[in-house]
Design a protein around this ligand. Structure first.
Ligand code: NAD
Length: 538
């Protein structure tokens, strides 16, 4: 395992002192870790160990929050939000742009921590930095477009002036998963801050340090420290308390938990956005460039070891190119470098935990036991890292197998041959999910036409997921049980605002005038409505 110089040092048994362990094993010195964990709102005196899937020993012991700590976090956040909402939008946008530069400047430190916490390949960790920077820049540069007061047509031209203000919701609760520790910690919060909100964040317990470093970078960029509160602890207890206090919830995670969050939000009549699971399909049409599709499929399926909400777990390939595509896809997959390491050369890293490894192993074993064929992969590789599992391609998967319709969330894909495009679209639309899809074809117009028939929130033509995910102006989210609401684009920021309409009536009231009867008024109004329609008014 090669490591950057500032993270050198062997993994040792070390002394009992946990912070000393982290220094010896990961090069994270005591004051650095303490500086990060101090940001958690906690009075419990309890801590939870964040273990590294690479080193095995704890990276840090993170203070845990109680429901009372969550309540205190909301008090602090509300205090900060009132002052923040009064700052000019230009000031908030400039702060985001400073964050953009800090993220790029501090990328090595961020990537190191993400890799230690998640075990992912360094290139996958880098994409997190890039995506958060893109998000910061996009929202900073479009702040006025999304947040300025808009004049809209009033009831009567000249007489009625109507305008719509964007009012911050207040304090947004953000509950996030572990798979993209930096992206999930920050991306959804940036538009919330820009719109004048405060945030109480509960990152996943497995990736707290990255989330805490992200909070520190927000402070350094110039956001008031109380504006972004971090709490830690078990999802049902701490996440539940957040739902109990927030003005809006942004949740990313499994469909099962999303359902519970939605119920909690319904009880309090607050809004929520839910970014949930998927069983994403990729279609390789008969006219696809087979090599390009195979290269794309490797990224589509095995990026982040498949622990990516938008990664592909079902691959539908046209009869005419099936054999050539499978040869290319399998040989590219066999050529991948695996490992749990900080090295840039690793193509696919580790799974994050034993729980992830158990699910992946169980899905593959179940498929094989019921008759599926493993074209490549299928094996746990503990000699490379405790949770490393080979990139795996299955053929002959049928509806009775676990991996047919359930999300594996690991490096496993099922290949299916199709004979007609109508059939492929129908099979792609099968099941309860509708997050992301991909279509490979030499005819981009046809690809886009097919995309319109796929029931997914994002569809990429001749790309896996990056084309939509990296286009920050394009909303991203799921149809059906893959979610509600959208991140990115105008939807990604307007979800954190209330639309407030203010209309001012000039000169005459919207009522009968000059002693006019109701009947005459109705006739005058009808004539006005006809005239406005003739004039083409909205
Ligand atoms: P999860 O639902 O178990 O946990 C996600 C977060 O919710 C964690 O912070 C957890 O502590 C918290 N939580 C758990 N139970 C809770 C409860 N009852 N109340 C409040 N909070 C609770 O999800 P996971 O399995 O850790 O993450 C993987 C899932 O996330 C996959 O299904 C994946 O597809 C999905 N995901 C979706 C997107 C997207 O953008 N659509 C992005 C990343 C991950």
């Amino acid at each position: 395992m090669s490591e950057p110089s500032h993270l050198s040092g062997p993994v040792t048994d070390g002394p009992a002192d946990p912070e000393h362990d982290a220094t010896a094993a990961y090069g994270l010195d005591r004051s650095y870790v303490a500086g990060l964990t101090r940001r958690v709102v906690s009075t419990t005196g309890e801590t939870h160990a964040v273990a590294s899937p690479i080193g095995g020993t704890p990276l840090a012991h993170v203070p845990q929050s109680s429901p009372a700590d969550v309540a205190e976090a909301f008090v602090r956040a509300r205090r900060a939000q009132a002052a923040w909402a009064a700052t000019p939008v230009d000031h908030r946008a400039a702060t985001l742009l400073r964050l953009h530069d800090i993220l790029l400047d501090r990328q090595d430190e961020l990537i190191d921590l993400v890799v230690w916490e998640s075990g992912k390949a360094r290139k996958d960790a880098y994409l997190e930095v890039a995506h958060v920077a893109l998000t910061a820049r996009y929202y900073a540069r479009t702040a006025h477009q999304h947040l300025d007061t808009q004049r809209v047509g009033g009831m009567f031209p000249v007489l009625t002036r109507a305008e719509v203000h964007r009012v911050p919701k207040g304090v947004v609760g953000i509950i996030s998963p572990w798979n993209y520790p930096l992206t999930m910690a920050l991306c959804d919060g940036l538009p919330a801050l820009l719109a004048g909100n405060a945030v109480v964040a509960k990152p996943d317990a497995q990736t707290m340090l990255t989330a805490l470093l992200a909070a520190q970078l927000l402070d350094e960029a110039g956001f008031p420290p109380e504006l972004w509160q971090v709490v830690a602890g078990p999802g049902p207890e701490v996440g539940g308390a957040i739902v109990g206090h927030a003005d809006y919830i942004c949740f990313t995670g499994s469909t099962a938990t999303g359902r519970k969050i939605a119920q909690g939000c319904a009880d309090r009549l607050i809004g929520c956005s839910l970014e949930l699971g998927g069983k994403n399909p990729m279609l390789v049409l008969r006219d696809a460039d087979v090599q390009r599709a195979a290269e794309g499929a490797v990224r589509a399926v095995f990026s982040n070891a498949g622990q990516l909400c938008v990664s592909m777990e079902r691959l539908f390939v046209a009869d005419q190119v099936y054999d050539r595509f499978v040869d290319a896809f399998v040989s590219r997959t066999r050529a991948m470098t695996l490992g749990a390491s900080h090295d840039w050369s690793v193509d696919m890293g580790s799974l994050i935990s034993q729980a992830q490894l158990d699910t992946v192993t169980a899905h593959v074993a179940d498929a094989v036991a019921k008759g599926a064929t493993v074209l490549t992969g299928g094996t746990h590789r503990p000699e490379l890292g405790p949770f490393v599992f080979e990139p795996t391609i299955l053929e002959g998967v049928s509806a009775d197998m676990e991996c047919f319709g359930k999300e594996t969330f690991g490096p496993v894909v099922s290949l299916y041959r199709f004979h007609s495009e109508d059939e492929a679209i129908e099979r792609a639309n099968d099941g309860q999910y509708g997050l992301n899809a991909s279509v490979y074809t030499r005819d981009a117009d046809r690809g886009r036409a097919i995309a319109r028939r796929i029931k997914c929130g994002t569809v990429n033509v001749n790309e896996a997921y990056g084309a939509t995910f990296g286009s920050l102006g394009a909303p991203m989210g799921g149809m059906r049980e893959s979610g509600m609401g959208r991140r990115q684009g105008v939807e990604g920021i307007h979800r954190y605002t209330e639309a407030q309409s203010v209309a001012t009536q000039r000169l005459v009231p919207i009522a009968p005038m000059f002693g006019m009867s109701e009947e005459t008024n109705a006739k005058v109004l009808t004539a006005s409505l006809r005239l406005l329609n003739k004039l083409g008014r909205a």
